[in-house]
Every structure is written in structure tokens, then in C-alpha cells.
Write a protein that binds this ligand. Structure first.
Ligand code: NAD
Length: 260
């Protein structure tokens, strides 16, 4: 077991990529915190993990809400002790050309991805610094942390921003043995992606199949979607890596879309 008795908070883990990461971490022995907007949805994921003999709790947490984040992290410390791993994963997508994009939609997306990453990082670093055990902070970036696509200005901006935050955490956290890294997945078939297929088809005036073949998977080496398992395995690798040799980095997992 690679994460035996480590305490891991995974934001946005009631669904999609975060849920799979929580399941894999629990399988590897971690005590997992399912932190998500809706407590009932979070509890369902926690219950599934518990049913598989894993250790998990659900915490209601809107990552954009300072007091909810601080309260949620305090609850975790009370229940499980100090925090070893944060996966800042909660996110949304928004599709619009810039000339039609409202300030409200821009701010909402940036807030979930960037305020959320900052607030959860700050709360968890306080615990990691104090415990002396070090820790691993993992940000859910995207190929869009490296590349741009039309219609996704706030998302591309936020995902690039996470790389900057990661590098600062790597530098500040080093003396406390806290590492920070970014995972950059290609397209993964989760609710977030399924929702944008018809939207993109409408905006680009093409069929949904063409959105998949000619937009989403166009630059992969094999026209395959990345899977939640692929991303969770990279998260496990970052989480289990023991020292500062691997910090401040971003790893693309995308079937070859965007090669560094
Ligand atoms: P998803 O919609 O399946 O899951 C997102 C989760 O985040 C949901 O459970 C949702 O409730 C939660 N969430 C949203 N706003 C929140 C908030 N304010 N506070 C707390 N939780 C909140 O999406 P997913 O595809 O699993 O996406 C997870 C992450 O992976 C996102 O950061 C996304 O940008 C990133 N990502 C996804 C893909 C992809 O193709 N699916 C590719 C690259 C990166």
C-alpha cells in the first residue's frame, strides 16, 4: 500500500476524476476526504469507499468560500489528524467566445479554479508545515495549462495560472518537505466533458461526433480519450513520491496531445 494511513483531501471528488482519485488513494491505504459542493453527493462517494473497506469521510466544501474551506479542513484535522496530501481538483468548464463572455462567467470560473486552489492550499499548508511530516500538493491542471483552444478563455487562463501557483508552493514548501506538482490531462469522458460536446457542436456549427474526432481527440496519437484511471495513477505517483526531487513539475497525460 503506497499511501498507508496518509490523510488526503480531494476537492471535487463526488464525481469524475476526483472520485476516481479518491477511490485509488483509499485502495492504497489513505484516509480520504471527499470534499465537494453537495454533502449528499460527497457522502455517496464516501459510502462507496467505506463499502469497499476503505477509509473516507465526506465534507461539504465550496472551495471558493474561505470560511467553508477553513472549517472543512479543521474538521478533517479533528477527525483524522494532520493532512498529508491535497488534491486541488474541483473545477468547471465554460464555453464562450471572448467577445460574448460575461464578466460574471469569467469571474466564476477563475474563482473556482484559482481562489479554490489558493484557499485549500493555504489551509492545508498550515497543517503540513506544523506537523513536520511534509506533504504533497497536487493541482488538477489540463493540457490547457500548456495549450489554448478557442472558446475557453477563462479555463485556459486558470489552468495556466495553476502552474504558477504550483511553482511558488514548491519553492516555499521545500523547507517543510512539501512538494507541489500539476497533472495535465487530455480529454476525459466525465460529466464536465460530456456537457460541452453539444455546446461546442452548436458554437462551432459541426456535429457532436466531429467535436470528439476533429476537436477533442484530433492531436492525440491514437484518437483515444484519457481515462479517470490514467489520471488517478499519475496522482498516486505524485502523492507517493517521497522527497523534493519531484516538485514544481507538471505532467501531461493525454495520449500524446501536446508533447513537451
Ligand atoms: P466533474 O464535473 O465530473 O467533477 C467536478 C467536481 O467538482 C464535481 O463533483 C463538482 O461538484 C465539483 N465542484 C464544482 N465546483 C465546486 C466548488 N466550488 N467547490 C467544490 N467542488 C466543486 O469534472 P471532471 O472532469 O472530473 O473535472 C475535475 C477536474 O479535472 C477539473 O479541475 C477539470 O478542469 C479537470 N480536467 C478535466 C478534464 C476532462 O477532460 N474531464 C481534462 C483536464 C482537466
Amino acid at each position: 500500500m503506497k499511501l498507508k494511513d496518509k490523510v488526503a483531501i480531494v476537492t471535487g471528488s463526488a464525481s469524475g476524476i476526483g472520485k476516481k482519485i479518491a477511490e485509488v488513494f483509499a485502495r492504497e491505504g489513505a484516509k480520504v476526504v471527499i470534499a465537494d459542493l453537495d454533502k449528499d453527493d460527497a457522502q455517496k462517494t464516501a459510502d462507496e469507499i467505506l463499502a469497499n473497506k476503505g477509509k473516507a469521510i465526506a465534507v461539504k466544501m465550496d472551495v471558493t468560500n474561505e470560511s467553508e474551506v477553513d472549517k472543512g479542513v479543521a474538521e478533517v484535522i479533528e477527525k483524522f489528524g494532520e493532512i498529508d496530501i491535497l488534491v486541488s481538483n474541483a473545477g468547471i468548464q465554460h464555453i464562450d467566445p471572448i467577445d460574448k463572455l460575461s464578466l460574471q462567467d469569467w469571474k466564476k470560473l477563475l474563482s473556482i479554479h484559482l481562489d479554490g486552489a489558493f484557499l485549500t492550499t493555504r489551509a492545508c499548508l498550515r497543517s503540513m508545515y506544523k506537523s513536520g511530516r511534509g506533504g504533497s500538493v497536487i493541482y488538477m491542471g489540463s493540457v490547457h495549462s500548456k495549450e489554448a483552444s478557442p472558446l475557453k478563455a477563462p479555463y485556459v487562463t486558470a489552468k495556466h495560472g495553476l502552474i504558477g501557483l504550483c511553482k511558488v508552493v514548491a519553492k516555499e514548501g521545500a523547507k517543510y518537505k512539501v512538494r507541489a506538482n500539476v497533472i495535465c490531462p487530455g480529454y476525459v469522458e466525465t460529466p464536465l466533458v460530456k456537457k460541452q460536446i453539444p455546446q461546442q457542436a452548436k458554437d462551432l456549427g459541426i456535429s457532436e461526433q466531429d467535436v470528439i474526432n476533429k476537436v477533442m481527440l484530433k492531436d492525440t496519437v491514437d484518437h483515444e480519450f484519457t481515462t479517470t484511471d490514467d489520471v488517478a495513477n499519475v496522482a498516486l505517483f505524485f502523492a507517493a513520491f517521497e522527497d523534493n526531487a519531484l516538485t514544481g513539475q507538471s505532467l501531461v497525460v493525454s495520449h500524446g496531445w501536446f508533447m513537451q
